[in-house]
Design a protein around this ligand. Sequence first.
Ligand SMILES: NC(=O)c1ccc[n+]([C@@H]2O[C@H](COP(=O)([O-])OP(=O)(O)OC[C@H]3O[C@@H](n4cnc5c(N)ncnc54)[C@H](OP(=O)(O)O)[C@@H]3O)[C@@H](O)[C@H]2O)c1
Length: 227
Amino acid sequence: MKLETMKIVACMASSADGRIAYDIAAPYKALGSAEDLLWLRTIRDAAQAVVYGGSTFRAYPKLHAREDKTLPLLAHGIVTRAVDLEVSLPVDAPLWQAATDTEITIFTPVEIPMSQRQRYPKQLCWVTFTPDKPYPLQVCAYYQSKSVETLLIEGGGQMLYAFLQEKCLDTLFLTWCPLLLGGLQQPQMLLGEGFQFENAPRLKIESTRHVPSTDELFMTLSVQYPS
Ligand SMILES: NC(=O)c1ccc[n+]([C@@H]2O[C@H](COP(=O)([O-])OP(=O)(O)OC[C@H]3O[C@@H](n4cnc5c(N)ncnc54)[C@H](OP(=O)(O)O)[C@@H]3O)[C@@H](O)[C@H]2O)c1
């Protein structure tokens, strides 16, 4: 279980049937409206660091902007198995151009040789997971050691499941988008092996906001874990 002093939040826009992306072969297209993007940026403003899954990074390999431009840039982290580093982390990703101004940490389960690291900006931090602990706990410990108070997880279903499995997520900011996408291949809100009903994390509605112009519902949900 994570340490208690850091808050971990995730943010996701989902269709009514739990799909979180569409047309994934095309350049990134947001599922939510401009109002959703504004909400996302406001949530980022409350965080000091954002960590995202390799797959989400490849869909949107750019700096994650804040709403309040006077705030310091978010520290960025990317979690990747790095099976083929240059496929996982394309060397021409626009995010690297921000590497001089913000901390960018690459988390991998395998040690990346210096010869490969040299293809990326020298400011990147490289962290190798140890095999004794699930990776979400190691990501949390890393940011806790840097005195991060709020860590934002911007991942898809793989990452959300991994953090929930380790009881690491405190709050889910969920935008409910009023459409039905379906499709086995569409990225889904939660992947992994799934939870047994008895062990499934429960969500408590802390607040909701309905936007009539788009019919989106913005929900703040606290995550509770059966003991
Ligand atoms: N609607 C929304 O709000 C929203 C939000 C976020 C993402 N998305 C969409 O969701 C899709 C991606 O979701 P996803 O579930 O496929 O992936 P994801 O959760 O974004 O990323 C999971 C990534 O974690 C890495 N990983 C998995 N196990 C690991 C381990 N043991 N150690 C280190 N790294 C590990 C892998 O990176 P590698 O593949 O690099 O190995 C994997 O791709 C994209 O289409 C994105 O646009 C939508």
